[in-house]
Design a protein. Structure first.
Length: 157
């Protein structure tokens, strides 16, 4: 896997070589889910397992839950430690496998440390939805993915 590819941050806070992406839709497909992201003029799909795909769909739709799911537990732990989610980077694509990094930052004025954690893109997307953190995609990843457009299934069979 290549490095995170982060360069300097631009004026908008987005690292050079990355563009912000937005979650467009989440579609159940048999035992998996298709997660559609749009950034840099392209809509692309990441296929995720049923458990995380279901969670992403619930977070996106604001479905109330009686007990916290794993990603909500993580956010609660981070809140208790006064650590926030800074951003999520989808930083590489090898074959059909996407790679991502989760960036955490201490909220205390005296704590300037940034934590960078290797994580599955599906988990990063779920955490970004819950925390409001931006999802950023490396330009070289966008160059490598197919644009599935904005049709209802986005060109996915």
């Amino acid at each position: 896997m290549a490095g995170n590819g982060m360069g300097k941050e631009g004026v908008d806070g987005v690292p050079d070589g990355f563009v912000e992406a937005a979650l467009r839709r989440v579609v159940a497909m048999g035992s998996n889910f298709a997660v559609f992201l749009r950034g840099g003029g392209k809509t692309f799909v990441i296929f995720v397992d049923h458990e995380v795909g279901s969670a992403i769909a619930m977070y996106k739709d604001g479905v109330p839950r009686s007990r916290p799911l794993t990603h909500e537990l993580l956010i609660s732990i981070l809140d208790g430690l006064e650590i926030g989610v800074d951003k999520v980077l989808i930083n590489d694509l090898m074959g059909n496998t996407f790679y991502a990094r989760l960036f955490l930052r201490g909220r205390d004025a005296g704590m300037k440390r940034i934590f960078e954690i290797d994580a599955r893109p599906s988990d990063c997307i779920a955490v970004a939805l819950l925390s409001g953190a931006p999802i950023l995609v490396a330009r070289h990843v966008l160059d490598a993915v197919n644009d599935v457009g904005d049709s209802p299934m986005g060109g996915v069979p």
